[in-house]
Design a protein around this ligand. Structure first.
Ligand code: HEM
Length: 272
């Protein structure tokens, strides 16, 4: 039997950036939530797991360095590609920047959900993937900036009035709840729980997708690759089954950790 063909969707650098992003994010959530809900029954044992509330705060800052680091590396690498004149990053069918066609696709998709029209044909990125991507940007600005204010109050107090720190503390905690809630419900569902992705979409680990799946899910990009003969260059061997097994286990651990943190939030809010 002929071996199934795979299409490369993400390169090594993108996959490593996503890995660092989700490990540091979950680490920040796991170490931040016991501080936010320190009066909840589960907070002291969770903090104790890390070595006490003091160590939890220190770990939170370490994870923050990792998250801010990967964010800056990503922004710098995109900037370099744009400055070098690489096309298709800021606009066009391969760009992650929202464009008028995304509104049309959203409209058609809703019609399809309501059985009022055919499924829209998507290109390299769907409207909900662009939303997920951009959410990291405004999330980083809000949570990163307020977090740095909490970390270095003396520095920021040189230029900012005292009340701003109360706002920063409030904003930091609320944005954390929004981010964890969004990732665990919308992002996990969109990426892994849709019927033909369940139980897990492995593309962010392996970087590749079976060719027939790519043609079905991203027909516009697939047809363009075929028409310009660029498809051959994007074909890849099937992922190593051992690698798939190990990373799938890692993925399940991440989903489990995120879901447990989400349930702890719900429990803490309901029992207040
Ligand atoms: C990215 C850069 C971030 C920085 C620099 C940062 C920094 C900080 C600092 C310094 C504190 C105070 C810790 C203490 O009292 O010992 C804090 C608290 C907290 N952080 Fe972050 N953090 C960041 C990201 C995040 C993320 C991504 C989340 C969750 C997803 C998060 C959730 C929290 C929560 C829930 C608290 C407790 C707030 C409260 O006590 O009201 N942080 N953060």
């Amino acid at each position: 039997m002929a071996e199934a063909r795979y299409v490369r969707r993400f390169g090594r650098v993108e996959r490593i950036q996503h890995l660092v992003l989700f490990v540091t994010f979950l680490g920040l959530a796991a170490t931040g939530l016991p501080l936010l809900f320190s009066d909840a029954a589960w907070a002291p044992p969770l903090a104790q797991l890390f070595g006490g509330f003091g160590v939890t705060g220190t770990l939170h800052r370490l994870f923050a360095v990792g998250l801010i680091g990967v964010f800056l590396v990503h922004v710098a690498s995109v900037t370099v590609r744009v400055v070098r004149g690489e096309r298709g990053i800021l606009w066009g069918p391969t760009s992650l920047v929202p464009q008028p066609r995304d509104i049309v696709e959203l409209y058609r998709h809703v019609r399809w959900f309501l059985r009022r029209g055919p499924k829209p044909a998507f290109d390299r990125y769907t409207y909900w993937e662009k939303f997920d991507y951009l959410a990291v940007f405004w999330g980083m600005v809000i949570i990163g900036f307020s977090g740095l204010m909490l970390w270095f109050p003396e520095l920021f107090a040189r230029v900012l009035p005292g009340w701003v720190f109360n706002v920063a503390l409030l904003v930091h905690g609320e944005e954390a709840l929004l981010a964890v809630g969004f990732i665990v419900t919308i992002h996990f569902f969109n990426s892994h729980m849709r019927p033909h992705k369940f139980p897990m979409d492995m593309v962010m680990f392996t970087g590749v997708v079976p060719e027939e799946e790519y043609a079905r899910e991203r027909p516009l990009e697939y047809e363009r690759l075929r028409a310009t003969s660029a498809l051959e260059a994007r074909l890849a061997p099937p992922p190593d089954p051992d690698f798939v097994r190990r990373t799938r286990l890692g993925g399940f651990v991440a989903i489990a950790v995120g879901s447990i943190l989400f349930l702890l939030i719900v429990f803490a809010v309901l029992s207040r």
